[in-house]
Design a protein around this ligand. Structure first.
Ligand SMILES: [Zn+2]
Length: 210
């Protein structure tokens, strides 16, 4: 049964398959992604940031939906991805110790063509729910090639000096969560983290890891 009149006019739907469903995901879709759940917090051995947190493996239905979100004009999927992360107690507990969340930016022209930056949309929702400050501190200053077509070494070169910190004051001495949708070789987040000089601590959160 639906709770309100509003639910009758706009019945709640599963965020993935769009079938009428009270929860944000229906049982069928939940089953399709449950086995990909990882909720990992990895201590990272690099100088740029301390931990990498991710919720899912970048495979099958999670991969399909992230690609759908990015390339098929479906900004509404931000809600579902944010909820998937917010329902992960381990990740939320960890994030509550942080001050600010910074999305990995897109090159402006690319963002205008897409209409939105998927990492910004999710990060905004996480900030609201977890009471983190949402700060767009980074700017992408080079229109790089798409990372997915490159190998590890080329990915690193491709993003080198592609980002710039626009708000050094805001991040100074803060515990920062850097947010991206997918982690593959980690070259994008490492390059972004390097530019967040002056932060007290930086950790990286992604929806999925390849
Ligand atoms: Zn569904």
């Amino acid at each position: 049964m639906f709770d309100t009149v509003l639910d009758l006019i706009f019945p709640p739907k599963c965020g993935f398959c769009q079938k009428i469903n009270k929860e944000y995901l229906c049982k069928k879709c939940e089953l399709k992604i449950n086995y990909l759940k990882k909720d990992k917090i990895r201590r990272v051995k690099n100088e740029a940031y301390s931990y990498h947190l991710f919720a899912y493996e970048y495979k099958n239905e999670i991969r399909n939906k992230i690609l759908d979100f990015k390339f098929n004009d479906k900004p509404e999927l931000a809600d579902t991805f944010a909820k998937l992360l917010l329902n992960n107690k381990k990740i939320c507990r960890f994030l509550r110790c942080y001050d600010i969340i910074i999305p990995v930016p897109m090159y402006k022209k690319k963002q205008i063509i897409r209409g939105y930056n998927q990492t910004e949309l999710i990060a905004q929702k996480l900030a609201e729910e977890l009471h983190l400050e949402y700060v767009c501190a980074l700017k992408k200053i080079k229109n790089t090639q798409t990372q997915s077509k490159l190998d590890a070494k080329d990915r690193e070169n491709n993003v080198k000096d592609a980002y710039e910190c626009m708000d050094v004051e805001k991040i100074s001495n803060k515990k920062v969560v850097l947010f991206d949708d997918i982690f593959t070789t980690g070259s994008t987040v490492a390059e972004c983290a390097k530019k967040l000089k002056g932060a007290f601590e930086i950790s990286v959160l992604t929806v999925a890891k390849d």
